[in-house]
Design a protein around this ligand. Sequence first.
Ligand SMILES: *Cc1c(COP(=O)(O)O)cnc(C)c1O
Length: 393
Amino acid sequence: MTDSSRRFGTRALWAADPEDQRGRDVALPIHHSVNFAYEDMDEWFDVALDQKPGYIYSRNKNPTVRPLELTMRALEGAEEAISFSTGMAAISNTLFTLLAPGDRVVAIKDTYGGTNKLFIEFLPRMKVDVALCDTLDFDTIEAEIRKGCKLLYLETPTNPTLKVVDIARLSRVAHQYGALVAVDNTFATPINQRPLELGADLVLYSATKYLNGHSDAMGGILCGPKAIVDQVYHYREINGATLHANSAYMILRGLKTLELRIQRHNENAQRVAEHLQQHDKVTSVFYPGLPDHPNHAIARAQMDGYGGMLSFSLRGGFDQVKRLLAGLRLAHKAASLGSVSTLVGPPRVTSHVELTPEERKAAGIPESLIRYSAGIENAEDLLADLDQALAGL
Ligand SMILES: *Cc1c(COP(=O)(O)O)cnc(C)c1O
């Protein structure tokens, strides 16, 4: 039951519910079954050829996984959506479906670490030409698009310094030159940013982060035009990176509270960013919701909220980072992001551990940078916790 006039909070709860509610489960059942039985061979044949709705084998389709895809399709306003076992599965399946030897892809340098590995290691091995551009150098990105490319790949806001890329401007140029535009929207979620409305063709997610939101299930999502999503679905059927019914249930459950959670993540991150900006032991704060953020104007135009992610650097070196993290009580020192509980980690030992200090400097990542994924705790408690930890430096 999809009704695009309904708001997000409503769609997240009702989009996948059947019209006829009589005798239906109110909570979605988890279909563990690998296979689905038939008596009538003609019907089995029709389902197998997709001429009739139904389920055959869970690597391809499953009745718990499909409602998640329908819900994401409705939240994103897309023609079609499919799911994957992880965010990286969504990204790699999409790139390997759309790119063939001899093709060219233009991307920004600040993509997620795993995505960047695809661009520098695996796609070149397949003879795909990859042009990685400075994330905020839109003129150079446009010049690379004009040289001809099959796909423009963006991610915004970026990890860990929260750069904001102008989706509408770059999509316009990509379309003039016949390229598709894919955007990793993991940090923003459909509540804060909808790339399809800004002109992109495809939206990708690590559902492991905000969509699920509780650090207890992994998954990936691709949304876009049916003709393209179906091609990627066909690749995924064979590649086998299918989402499990249990994880689909968890992510769908997470989606029911997505709007509420994101509102709180947005508020808490804004409060924490403004608070840290006033602190004399903090040298810089990176958050798109701060008026002095270099891309604040783009963020204000293309986002409905600035998200729950921020990062900041400390006066002094990495020793100070170690001390601050040891002093924080209301933050798991752990990888990943987008959970209901606050998570912190230094990019120097997490996402950017493989770079040399010079490479981190070139990427604009201070050695004393701390990434902060603001949870949904009470903001006053988060500020007090940061204050007491900063006081110990
Ligand atoms: C985590 C993340 C991914 C990868 O997702 P997994 O679920 O860990 O495979 C991709 N893009 C972004 C922006 C991420 O934060």
